[in-house]
Design a protein around this ligand. Structure first.
Ligand SMILES: Nc1ncnc2c1ncn2[C@@H]1O[C@H](COP(=O)(O)OP(=O)(O)OP(=O)(O)O)[C@@H](O)[C@H]1O
Length: 342
């Protein structure tokens, strides 16, 4: 791993702020099953980083290691400037964790859960009450505050879980699949909460199976597959990894449609819709070539649209285990993006 992942790195002579989370070569196996096979992470302070992967990819295992709930078998990591192996207490003091191993106790009320958290963080009684009231208000839980948490909806439980995490004012928050199982409205509420945290300067590492979520929230995304990071970069950088873009031309005149299908090479025809699809990265040069061919044949399309690949294309290309067409050459493209990102 290059030195840019280290907290003391400098670029152009200007010292870089410490990374909120950096990891090099993290490994974890259970028996003969390798769950993490050497993963590197670099999460700048104040950013949102998404660890995106299918079920069983190792996302929760990575979060558990970084939050010192379990130890790794190899590799190193610093969280908030503290080493997870030699200073786990300091790591725990710097972070908040919510998600699949939630701290919410269903038998007591939301308010009691919050006050318990305030006690754990050694806040005074009055300070604990003040922070609890403020957070219950902020997370729209005032009406439910005196009801047992087990009566809460999934969205309310997640909100309570995050509110409890914020009692300790952590600067780094790990959100393990924060919206899994939530309905669209609750998911959007949660996205708003995450954006608000980041605008307060908090660093967020979130794991998700949802491409849309990573696309919406994350500054950087790492695609985790079979315990390895298959690619990482911004959503746009990842989208550029896979072909899948195309130009679509639609005609109303069947004769123009047929002529276009002849003059343009390698088109996919949709005779019913009178539409042609041409594989293209959407560059100016490629578009010009298509238009010039149409011009030289004296035909004009009624509609021209350019489709760029979305994260779905990237995800399936990188994590699919069937012979997907995009897989050829992925190693070289992947390493190129990793270069771009560092
Ligand atoms: N304590 C354990 N003992 C044995 N195997 C484990 C243990 N914890 C996790 N695993 C295995 O490690 C793999 C990765 O699990 P992990 O929970 O990290 O995946 P994930 O990406 O978070 O998936 P999900 O979205 O399903 O939670 C899975 O195959 C899981 O069965």
């Amino acid at each position: 791993m290059p030195s840019s992942v280290m907290s003391t790195s400098s670029r152009g002579g200007v010292p870089q702020p410490p990374a909120a989370v950096s990891a090099v070569g993290l490994r974890k196996s259970y028996g003969d099953k390798t769950v993490l096979d050497g993963i590197d992470l670099h999460i700048p302070a104040g950013s949102v980083f998404a660890l995106l992967g299918p079920n069983g990819a190792g996302k929760t295992t990575a979060v558990k290691i970084l939050s010192t709930l379990i130890s790794s078998d190899g590799g190193q990591a610093q969280v908030g400037g503290h080493d997870i192996a030699t200073a786990p207490q300091s790591v725990r003091a710097a972070i908040g964790v919510t998600g699949q191993f939630s701290a919410v106790d269903g038998l007591i009320t939301g308010e009691e859960n919050m006050l318990l958290m305030a006690d754990l963080h050694h806040l005074s009684r009055s300070e604990g009450r003040r922070v609890t009231a403020e957070l219950l208000e902020r997370f729209d839980l005032v009406d439910a505050a005196k009801k047992p948490a087990q009566s809460y909806s999934g969205g309310m439980k997640r909100r309570l879980d995050i509110a409890m995490t914020l009692v300790g004012s952590p600067r780094i928050i790990f959100l393990d699949e924060p919206t899994t199982g939530l309905d669209p409205r609750s998911r959007h509420t949660m996205w708003g909460i995450i954006r608000e945290l980041v605008s307060d300067g908090v660093t967020v590492l979130l794991t998700t199976q949802y491409l849309e979520e990573a696309d919406e929230l994350a500054d950087r995304i790492a695609v985790l597959n079979n315990g390895r990071i298959a690619a990482h970069g911004t959503a746009d950088e990842l989208k550029r990894l896979v072909p899948g873009g195309h130009v679509r031309l639609r005609f109303t005149d069947p004769a123009a449609y047929r002529t276009a299908a002849t003059v343009l090479r390698q088109v996919t025809r949709d005779d019913e819709a009178l539409a042609l699809q041409i594989a293209s990265g959407g560059s100016q040069r490629e578009l010009r070539s298509v238009l010039e061919r149409l011009d030289s044949a004296g035909i004009e399309a009624d509609e021209l649209t350019v489709h760029t690949p979305d994260l779905d294309d990237v995800f399936f290309a990188l994590t699919g285990d069937t012979g997907l067409p995009h897989q050829t050459g992925r190693t070289s493209r992947t390493s190129q993006t990793q270069e771009d990102v560092r």
